[in-house]
Structure formats: structure tokens, C-alpha cells
Write a protein that binds this ligand. Structure first.
Ligand SMILES: [Zn+2]
Length: 348
């Protein structure tokens, strides 16, 4: 079968290779790939900045945003051939740490977890892949290709879950949401905000392209240009998805009273001239909360499946701005103007 592989830590080693069928030791559930979503993490792995092949292997099969169709399932699980599934990306560490031991591998404390297509486990960028049944999430086949958005949605479902736990006033719930960055993660975070009847504002540097219209179609208010004006909206919850230091600084320096700020984007780590004293004053004097979040556990995939099932399918389909056939896989990793989510089609 064909698979998209890389030699981790070696820049630009990506290739479409002929590889062996996935061994049964990788899981009793066998699926054929329908589509694969690509994201910034894949580009970092391709650039050699990140990634780890399975033990005693040189190459890693890339890809963690999956959508597959079950070919073989054990009798004792509730999945059957033909079902559409998404593979859960992270697996618990073998120790396991207290978080992994309780099924919350997204909060792993010792860093020994593994991740499909990223760290120590082959990914879903292959014509066929295997996972243990308990690491597959069934999705409604009526969702079609859009179900590939389940993994990125699970990440924002977790962000919402944790923001809920951190909001301290049960009798005065949050009303206004600011999302910074209108990429797939930002738009999916905004989708959940709209579903929860928040007054949703989205900031992105792009004035043109599909993002302003997609935001408005969702019922959100779109902002671009001056960041100061956006921070003055006094949002109760901020979900920061750009990872861009100037944007993060703006949201951290205009903290609204009682607000919860979720950092969900990853950017460069260059040292800047961040004013720590001002940050401290802002957080203390405004009862502010700031937290970071990554990854998702099984419960978040379930929340995400629910959010996608309730979303307008037409709107979801507009998030997928390019579909690239497997034979031309390299094009999927190029940045093109107007890209939101790019997917590789395995069945074309
Ligand atoms: Zn752990």
C-alpha cells in the first residue's frame, strides 16, 4: 500500500512510499483511509523540527487528522465494516502517569505518551491503518468528508471544557467570546461559541478571502486591523488560536474583569519585551485566568462529534478549501492564499 512517510528530524524527507500492510499488533480494527487533514504540526514534522518514528523504525507514517472506513472489526466491539471512524491521536504513556491512568492522556504528566503520525506511532496517512477499537470514534457517515474535522474540533471542545471549569461565577455565566485567528481551530472554536449562544467575535489579520464571510455566515462579528479595538470588547472568554506574540500580548494586556483566556495556538518562541509587571497587575486586579491547552481525550472527541452533528453541513464543507489527490500529496502541504483546511483524498 502507499503511505506518506518522513524521516523525523530530517528536513524535507517526505515521500509517498510503498510500505507493508499495517500489522495486527497496531490494533484489531482495520480501516481504509478516506481523507486526511493536514495542519501546521505536519509542516513542522516535514521541516524536521519535530516528530519521532515508531521504535526501531527510521521512518514515520505522517498524518493525525483522519477519516477512515472500517474494513475489519472484532466481533466484541460496537463497530462494523462500513462504519466511518476517526482515530484518536494520542495514546497513554505505559507507566501510566495519574492523568493517563484515568483516561485523560491529553493531560499526560510524564511526556511518555505516543501520538499517531507525530510521536512514536505511525499516522493515518496510509491507504490502510489500524487502531485498537477503543481508540476509534464512530462518526455519522452522513457527515461525509467533513467528519475529518473531528480531530481539530476535539481540540477546541477540550478548550471549551477547560474554560468552563475555570469560569468561577456559576450564577453569572460568560456571554461574550473573542476568538483570535480564523483558521480551522479558530472557526471551530467560534462554532461551539455560537452553538452555546455566545456573542461571538473573531479577529484575524486577513481582510479578504473566505474568513470574513465564513465568520459572518456563522453569525459572528469579524474584525481585522487594529488589535487594540478588539481587546477593548471586554470578552468574558478569549480563545487565542494564532500563536502570534503580538496578538497574545494584546489579549493578555487588555484583560477584562473575571475573564478566562485560553491559549490554544503555538508559534515561535523568540524572546520579546513582554511586560511581566503589567501582565501581573492586569491578571490580579481583574481576577484574570490564563491557561494553555493541547490535544484531547475520548470525551472531547464525543463532544466534538456532537458539535459537528449540530453544525450546518454546508458551512462545515466551506472550511475544507482544497482537496488534493494522494498522488499529488505534496501540494497539500503548500501554503496557498485562502487556505483554511486542506485535505488529501485517498479514494480518488
Ligand atoms: Zn501520562
Amino acid at each position: 500500500m502507499r503511505a506518506i512517510t518522513v524521516h523525523p528530524q530530517h528536513p524535507n524527507s517526505i515521500e509517498l512510499q510503498e510500505v507493508g500492510e499495517p500489522p495486527e499488533t497496531e490494533g484489531a480494527l482495520l480501516a481504509e483511509a478516506l481523507v486526511l487533514g493536514v495542519c501546521g504540526t505536519d509542516r513542522e514534522i516535514i521541516a524536521g523540527e519535530y516528530g519521532e518514528a515508531p521504535h526501531s523504525h527510521a521512518r514515520l507514517i505522517l498524518g493525525h487528522e483522519s477519516l477512515g472506513r472500517v474494513l475489519e472489526a472484532p466481533d466484541d466491539c460496537d463497530l462494523k465494516p462500513g462504519d466511518h471512524i476517526v482515530g484518536i491521536v494520542r495514546h497513554p504513556d505505559p507507566v501510566p502517569c495519574p492523568a493517563c491512568a484515568s483516561g485523560q492522556w491529553d493531560m499526560c504528566r510524564n511526556g511518555l505518551y505516543t501520538e499517531h503520525g507525530i510521536k512514536g506511532l505511525n499516522g493515518f496517512g496510509a491507504q490502510r491503518w489500524r487502531v485498537p477499537p477503543e481508540f476509534a470514534v464512530k462518526v455519522d457517515s452522513a457527515l461525509g468528508v467533513e467528519a475529518v474535522l473531528l480531530e481539530p474540533t476535539s481540540v477546541v471542545a477540550k478548550a471549551w471544557d477547560h474554560a468552563d471549569r475555570l469560569w468561577r461565577l456559576a450564577d453569572a455565566p460568560p456571554r461574550r467570546l473573542l476568538v483570535t485567528g480564523a483558521g480551522p481551530i479558530g472557526l471551530l472554536a467560534a462554532l461551539i461559541g455560537v452553538q452555546r449562544h455566545f456573542d461571538v467575535h473573531i479577529y484575524d489579520r486577513n481582510r479578504e478571502g473566505p474568513k470574513p464571510e465564513l465568520s459572518r455566515a456563522l453569525g459572528a462579528t469579524y474584525h481585522s486591523g487594529e488589535l487594540d479595538a478588539v481587546a477593548k470588547l471586554a470578552p468574558d472568554i478569549v480563545i487565542e488560536c494564532t500563536g502570534a506574540p503580538p496578538v497574545i500580548e494584546a489579549v493578555l494586556c487588555d484583560v477584562a474583569p473575571d475573564s478566562v483566556i485560553c491559549l490554544a495556538g503555538v508559534g515561535s518562541s523568540h524572546r520579546g519585551d513582554f511586560n511581566m509587571g503589567l501582565f501581573n497587575r492586569n491578571m490580579v486586579l481583574n481576577n484574570g485566568t490564563v491557561f494553555g491547552t493541547v490535544n484531547a481525550n475520548r470525551r472531547h472527541y464525543a463532544l466534538a462529534a456532537d458539535a459537528l452533528a449540530r453544525a450546518d453541513r454546508k458551512w462545515l464543507s466551506r472550511l475544507i478549501t482544497r482537496r488534493v489527490p494522494l498522488a499529488r500529496f505534496a501540494e497539500a502541504f503548500e501554503h496557498r492564499k485562502g487556505d483554511i483546511k486542506v485535505v488529501i483524498e485517498f479514494m480518488s
